[in-house]
Unconditional design. Structure first.
Length: 238
């Protein structure tokens, strides 16, 4: 039952990211922890054709990328495996090619503390890694290091990646990171943003431990547009 729900939530999240224009086509990939394994999106399947049974299941101990399922796992499986192994408190990983975050990654620029919401990612910046070819162990190693003490990172000339204790939190962070990137790019086009001091961000990081994403919001976050419409139309109990 848990795996069935996770599979559906993962597919719904893919569709929601596309609806929000944070991801599109076959770019990006998502994974969620399931005991000592992970469910991960398959390679080369457009999100609008993806169904729960198409997801690949992989052991977190895999070394050769072996998996079960009708399709090959995402070529970025190493990155997802290594993150979930290195970060036991995280249960989901989302990688996208969102426009503004990717634009900054093309410049090899981090996102500084120009807005207090940077604290949602654990510190005073979101780092940008050097470039490494997709699907390689080199890229995975760079991403794991870039995530040190953080919940989000930009991948040089590639895109962005966020983690979360569950899929709902990872979805929230994916939206927030692209929003931060967009605001920073727009601000830079007008002038030079003021950067908040590290001390202020440290205080905000502490406050964020009881702010932001809440577990009760998961169902609404990953629900399909049709499910949301049905929910709104339900009559209220007297």
């Amino acid at each position: 039952m848990i795996e069935t729900k996770l599979r559906k939530a993962l597919v719904d999240s893919c569709l929601e990211l596309e609806r929000l224009q944070i991801n599109r086509g076959t770019s990006g990939n998502l994974s969620v922890r399931l005991d000592d394994s992970m469910l991960i999106t398959p390679s080369g399947i457009p999100y609008d054709r993806l169904t729960p049974d198409m997801l690949a299941s992989m052991s977190l101990a895999t070394k050769d990328g072996s998996s079960t399922g009708p399709h090959r796992p995402s070529s970025e499986w190493r990155m997802h495996r290594d993150i979930l192994r290195a970060r036991p408190d995280d249960g989901a990983v989302i990688h996208t090619h969102s426009i503004y975050a990717t634009a900054l990654s093309m410049l090899r620029e981090e996102i500084p503390a120009a807005h207090y919401m940077i604290a949602a990612f654990g510190g005073s910046n979101v780092r940008c890694t050097p470039y490494a070819p997709y699907g390689t162990q080199e890229l995975s190693d760079l991403v794991v290091e870039g995530l040190r003490d953080r919940h989000g990172v930009l991948l040089g000339q590639h895109g962005m990646l966020v983690t979360g204790r569950d899929l709902g939190q990872a979805m929230w962070r994916a939206v927030e990171l692209e929003t931060l990137a967009k605001m920073y790019v727009i601000a830079r086009s007008i002038g030079q943003p003021h950067i908040l001091p590290d001390e202020e961000i440290a205080l905000t990081v502490e406050r964020f431990k009881s702010y932001g994403y809440q577990s009760a919001a998961v169902a609404a976050l990953v629900a399909t547009p049709r499910e949301k419409a049905v929910g709104k139309s339900k009559p209220k109990k007297s």
